[in-house]
Design a protein around this ligand. Structure first.
Ligand code: GLA
Length: 386
């Protein structure tokens, strides 16, 4: 059980101190619609969730960083430096090393820190636990070093750490929403402009996340391949990114593309369209249209972008066969991980029962279920009662 007092106690025990550390939280995310569009300069519609990474930290008088990761019971130690090493083991530590490297590269003077990192975002489930580590730790570095925080720049620094230090060519969505998420809202993010609109989630609907329990090791490689295919398609249309291609242009000019590249492009181009339509539906609290667009998105991810798997398809089918579920789709990069469904509050329990009845029996796996609340982005955590 994650309580603030247990986090403080762990810090004091591990660093043999009676001082009270500063606490910071950064949330994971679930993307409601707009998948594989962020690195095509397109639109995404995620919400930050009530699952977090928590960092307890105190500055040090030198350049050393000492980290205890409670979830793994592992340590890492390094010096803040532009030439900090990348690790082959303890790979969680690369997110933290990468953040110090990236912030330093932005010209910030960082102080050394003692810190503990802990969290309750399922790891590897596609709910952005790694972005949450980057953002929580980056925020902690800047706060204890007395640097004024610009949340967009923090998100970009985290993306750079992940692209260039960790080696995953992710887009900006996960880091952006972990920085700028808003309680009770989803954000429609324009990934080219880095601008966003807050859209209230309808009070009568629940956002339900179901974890397929499938974690594929090859996700990063397949993800980078998809990115390359999208870049090939953009070059064919003579544009900077697929964001700049309309559905009509695609229909007129896709014939010269390799079929596989054409399918990838069709997903991205139609997904941008769906995401803007979903945002318009949300503004009117039109959950039926929103749900239908989610379901269409899943089909496109399955057939055109080919990032689904039988377990995710099964979960989506169970969702769509439950009365009161408006729509469902895989969320995140795909190849496993989670689905997200939008359901009437009254449908939540029947949906959970349907999952528990059909999923283990048909897939041989159990599926953890989270009914999530849209949460605030990264912030200091007030300790009222240490
Ligand atoms: C991962 C990446 C994001 C985004 C999604 C797919 O979560 O980190 O940048 O590309 O996949 O939409």
């Amino acid at each position: 059980m994650l309580t603030l007092s247990s986090i403080i106690e762990t810090f004091q025990l591990k660093f043999k101190t009676s001082a009270t550390p500063y606490l910071f939280q950064a949330p994971g995310r679930v993307n409601l619609i707009g998948e594989h569009t962020d690195y095509n300069d397109g639109f995404v519609l995620p919400t930050a969730i009530d699952r977090h990474v928590l960092v307890a930290a105190l500055p040090r008088p030198d350049n050393s960083v000492n980290i205890y990761a409670s979830n793994f019971d592992r340590w890492d130690r390094f010096e803040i430096s532009p030439t900090v090493d990348h690790l082959l083991e303890n790979t969680w530590a690369n997110y933290i090393r990468g953040m110090s490297w990236s912030l330093l590269g932005n010209g910030h003077r960082l102080r050394g820190m003692d810190m503990t990192v802990t969290g309750n975002i399922p790891i590897g489930a596609g709910l952005s636990s790694s972005a949450a580590i980057e953002i929580a730790v980056g925020f902690a570095f800047l706060q204890v070093s007395g640097v004024e925080i610009n949340r967009r720049l923090l998100a970009l620094a985290a993306q750079k750490a992940e692209n260039e230090f960790v080696g995953m060519r992710c887009g900006i969505m996960d880091q952006f929403i972990s920085c700028l998420g808003q309680k009770d809202h989803a954000l429609l993010i324009d990934c080219r402009e880095l601008s966003y609109q807050r859209l209230p989630l309808p009070a009568h609907a629940a956002v339900i996340i179901v974890d397929s329990g499938v974690y594929r090791g090859l996700t990063d490689m397949a993800y980078n391949t998809r990115r390359n295919e999208c870049e090939t398609a953009a070059a064919h249309f003579g544009v900077k990114a697929l964001r700049d291609v309309t559905v009509e242009q695609f229909q007129a000019q896709h014939h010269a593309l390799l079929p596989v590249v054409a399918r990838r492009a069709r997903h991205v181009i139609t997904e941008n369209h769906r995401t803007l339509a979903a945002a318009a539906a949300l503004k009117k609290s039109d959950v039926s249209t929103f749900g239908q667009l989610m379901t269409d998105s899943h089909r496109s991810l399955k057939e055109d972008f080919e990032v689904s798997c039988p377990e995710l398809d099964l979960l989506v089918d169970i969702a769509l066969n439950t009365d009161g579920v408006y729509g469902a789709r895989l969320t995140g990069a795909g190849f496993g991980g989670c689905i997200v469904a939008l359901a009437d509050h009254n449908a939540s329990q029947p949906f959970i029962r349907a999952i528990n009845k059909h999923y283990p029996h048909k897939s041989g796996k159990t599926a953890p279920i989270y009914i999530c609340k849209a949460s605030q982005g990264v912030s200091p955590v007030e300790v009222l009662d240490p």
